[in-house]
Design a protein around this ligand. Structure first.
Ligand code: 6PG
Length: 224
């Protein structure tokens, strides 16, 4: 866990190193970016680090049903804080078309998610949701890789990677900061440790590596 002031740059350093390692391993890094507010300073820091952007393909963990230029757009956030600032164009950008109906956007994105991703970044809501997979919603471990979602909180209409698509990834990094999430982090890690994963965040189980990038706030309720 990192000091809150250091958290963005330390998370960006870790992510940059993992991207370089995936490119060295596979020749490409298919990277899904998270939405929400937490990752913005990480993306800003990442834009200045040594990353082989020409071998990185961008995807998104989820998107709201809003146009790309909406302040609520997860694509728009990444474009402003990262994609418009990197020194070389990426190998590809597969955004979720928030301006379409969620069923059409999900079907189109499902066709783009044609192979397992290398790295998926996820935030976590106070309720333990990840991407747009909320507690109580059906999160089957099979089926399409992209699903339309009616979320319990605004923006209500969304498209999300499915749990199966997230868990197909080689690595997932959980970007969680702030004391407000400390109790839920404790609950989720407790569910994982006890082998009884109920909350969506506890059901994230990628093929090779799951990394929680916490600050001292979000880690504040962990006993060790
Ligand atoms: C979204 C995100 C969502 C987010 C969490 C945490 O589209 O909102 O994908 O899953 O990561 O809700 O949001 P904050 O980072 O704003 O706390």
């Amino acid at each position: 866990m990192f000091d809150p002031a250091q958290w963005p740059i330390r998370a960006a350093w870790y992510l940059a190193r993992r991207i370089r390692m995936e490119v060295a391993r596979c020749g490409i890094c298919r990277l899904a970016l998270s939405g929400g507010r937490t990752p913005a300073p990480v993306y800003t820091a990442l834009a200045h680090l040594d990353v082989p952007w020409g071998q990185v393909v961008f995807y998104w963990s989820d998107e709201r049903a809003v146009p790309a230029d909406s302040p609520q757009s997860n694509f728009g956030l990444a474009k402003r804080t990262l994609i418009d600032r990197i020194r070389r164009p990426p190998a590809g950008v597969h955004r979720i078309e928030g301006e379409q109906s969620i069923s059409e956007a999900a079907a189109a994105y499902d066709r783009q998610l044609e192979s397992p991703l290398n790295i998926v970044l996820l935030g976590m809501g106070d309720d333990g949701h990840v991407a747009s997979l909320f507690p109580g919603a059906e999160t089957s471990c099979t089926g399409p890789r992209a699903v339309p979602v009616l979320a319990p909180e605004a923006p209500f209409e969304r498209v999300s990677m499915s749990l199966s698509a997230i868990n197909e990834a080689a690595e997932v990094m959980m970007l969680v900061r702030g004391a407000a999430k400390a109790e839920r982090v404790r609950d989720v890690l407790g569910e994982i440790r006890s082998g009884t994963p109920l909350l969506p965040a506890a059901r994230v189980s990628p093929r090779r590596r799951l990394t929680w990038l916490l600050d001292t706030g979000s880690a504040g309720r962990l006993s060790h």
